[in-house]
Design a protein around this ligand. Structure first.
Ligand code: 1GP
Length: 251
């Protein structure tokens, strides 16, 4: 199985180099917007694109990814809200298992149904322990997943969940307060989790200020994901990327 991007992330983590990712929801972009985002992302030296959403209604996922791939070398990683969001044009797939919930469909059920299709795609598969953290209000992901998020002050639960996920074999841990969360994940929780796992730690949900992205990295995040705030103000791409990349290497 391909491992190129995972090995790159693991190496970056070893070196203490932080990565910035722009999340693109195919439902919210047209060709012109994609062109604008790609130009800004290249200029800002964005490390990755995540493409997906909890509820992708449009059917232009392939087209969206092909356009990004044709215009830049930034790796495109699928962040699927459902098994239908698989495109062979991407570079890799976050193979998400919702380890913070107790919904068997999202832990393993949907994976079983889609396994042959996913394997046939030829994508790099990145086994990812996905943890939804309470962001202060129900988000699309918390509603769709039909699973309770981890309360944002229960650092030990988050820590144990991430540790268990890693020991089960998850290569990445993604803690998400949900798109547009009112409250992003507290630094204390990020720090607690980061100091107890070796897998690269992805953090997203409700990050609207570059300072918060920076603080999260200092607390132990390896990858910062921003979607909503950039949809509203694309100039944030540059500021967010600069903040994440300004974290001293090895911090
Ligand atoms: C959501 O982590 C991502 O799944 C990003 O969240 O859209 O709030 O930046 P935002």
């Amino acid at each position: 199985m391909k491992q190129e991007l995972y090995l790159q992330l693991a190496e970056r983590k070893k070196l203490g180099r932080k990565s910035f990712t722009v999340l693109i929801d195919p439902d919210k972009v047209d060709n012109k917007k994609i062109e604008q985002l790609v130009t800004l992302a290249m200029d800002a030296k964005v490390d990755y694109f995540f493409v997906g959403g909890s509820l992708v209604i449009s059917n232009h996922l392939d087209e969206c990814i092909q356009q990004i791939k044709a215009s830049c070398d930034i790796p495109v990683i699928l962040f699927p809200g459902s098994p239908s969001q698989v495109s062979r044009y991407a570079d890799a797939l976050l193979y998400l298992s919702l380890i913070s919930g107790r919904n068997p469909e999202l832990l393993i059920g949907q994976h079983v149904v889609s396994a042959p299709f996913v394997k046939k795609s030829g994508l790099e598969i990145m086994p990812t322990g996905y943890m939804v953290i309470d962001g202060g209000a129900p988000t699309t992901v918390s509603y769709i997943s039909n699973a309770s998020p981890i309360p944002s002050d229960k650092n030990e639960i988050a820590m144990c969940t991430a540790m268990a996920g890693e020991m089960i074999g998850m290569k990445l841990i993604y803690m998400d307060a949900g798109s547009g969360a009112k409250r992003p994940i507290p630094e204390e929780m990020i720090n607690k989790v980061a100091t107890h796992i070796e897998a690269p730690l992805i953090i997203g949900g409700g990050i609207v200020e570059p300072e918060k992205a920076y603080i999260n990295c200092k607390a132990g995040a390896d990858v910062i994901v921003v979607g909503n705030a950039i949809e509203k103000d694309t100039s944030l791409i540059k500021e967010m990327a600069a903040a994440v990349h300004s974290v001293p290497v090895g911090a």
